[in-house]
Design a protein around this ligand. Structure first.
Ligand code: BT5
Length: 328
């Protein structure tokens, strides 16, 4: 009920709304309204109470509560209602929490988002740095009817969604996708994606795609070893703060749109969107895989999102995973 009260206060803002009116609306006592208002206040909302006029919302906190980031109008599947969004102040890793929920049967479209992670992860056990309330640290659950080897495709889907949400919010910025899971601004990484899955030989149980976006990080928020390679939207946006709530809402909507598109029409629309935002194709790349290193020209991605690289002898190889460095 507290989120419904918040909604009423928001609509009424900057005017007051009487406790009695709300009590009547919800068919509860005025004390029940007062308790819910108190719980909103302890969640960080500045709500003024006056015995004569009622309650008035003065300020909302910069926190990614479900009520603040649920897309309106509602999406089809991803974060389609506030109940599907699990917000935490501090977790180890949002991917881990969501994998646990997925194992317990959480529905497709469930989202875990945190203000801070203590053990945020990148690929191969690398650490992902997540300063408190400075970014969007989020994981999304998919249960697509696919074979396990198609899971890496969800990294591409998420990368396109991030690029699109940024173009909507900050049209002057030009984020580029570096295959497979990085997004860069002016050559520096501001977003990383980690797709994990649970599967048996031919059966995919679920995919969890984790996205980390440095939104309002300042230089000093990055540890020294990241300062030359990492950036944030704030830094790229002439040091102006960016609304995390609006960006998170738009990101969820873009993920939902791309996913619906994918379910209806297959991978083509996403590959097209990916090509539009990529900064990988046509470049000479050095690719490191668990099997060894390789150099060549990045020609294209195929329907599974694998990168096709041609070496100087004209041999084309296909990479489903790996780490690339872009050469001039
Ligand atoms: C990634 O791995 O880029 C995937 C990052 C995914 C993070 C999200 S946050 C929500 C969800 N929950 C999780 O626990 N993870 C996901 P990789 O390509 O392996 O890159 C990792 C490397 O990026 C590190 O070794 C650092 O060099 C660098 N790095 C770490 N934190 C960074 C940051 N905040 N900004 C830019 N670079 C960073």
């Amino acid at each position: 009920m507290r989120w419904k009260i918040l909604e009423l206060l928001r609509v009424q803002s900057p005017e007051h709304l009487s406790g009695e009116e709300m009590a009547h609306h919800f068919r509860v006592s005025r004390t029940a309204i007062w308790k819910n208002v108190q719980s909103l206040q302890s969640a960080g909302y500045r709500i003024e109470g006056s015995t004569r006029l009622g309650y008035r919302l003065l300020e909302s906190p910069d926190l990614l509560y479900p009520a603040e980031i649920v897309p309106e109008p509602a999406t089809e599947m991803i974060a389609a209602s506030p109940k599907l969004i699990h917000h935490h102040q501090k977790v180890g890793s949002t991917n881990n929490i969501l994998k646990q929920l997925a194992g317990e049967g959480a529905p497709e479209g469930t989202v875990v988002i945190a203000e801070e992670q203590t053990t945020g992860r990148g690929r191969l056990g690398r650490a992902w740095h997540t300063p408190r309330s400075k970014g969007i640290w989020i994981s999304i659950l998919f249960r697509p009817p696919l074979a396990p080897q198609e899971a890496p495709f969800f990294t591409l889907l998420a990368a396109c969604a991030v690029a699109r949400a940024i173009k909507t919010n900050l049209p002057a910025l030009d984020p580029g996708i570096k295959w497979p899971n990085d997004l860069l601004l002016h050559g520096r990484k501001f977003c990383g994606i980690l797709t994990e899955m649970k599967a048996e030989a031919d059966l995919l149980h679920y995919i969890v795609t984790g996205i980390g976006i440095n939104v309002n990080c300042k230089e000093e928020d990055f540890p020294e070893e990241l300062q030359t390679n990492a950036t944030s939207l704030y830094l790229a946006n002439k040091k102006k703060n960016v609304s995390r709530q609006k960006l998170a809402r738009d990101l969820l909507r873009e993920i939902d749109l791309l996913y619906q598109n994918f379910l209806a029409a297959g991978s083509m629309p996403i590959l097209t969107a990916w090509r539009e935002h990529n900064i990988t194709l046509g470049r000479t790349v050095e690719i490191k895989t668990l099997q060894g290193g390789y150099q060549g020209k990045a020609l294209d991605i195929d329907a599974d999102g694998a990168l096709l690289v041609e070496d100087e002898h004209g041999t084309i190889r296909r990479f489903l995973a790996g780490e690339i460095a872009l050469r001039p």
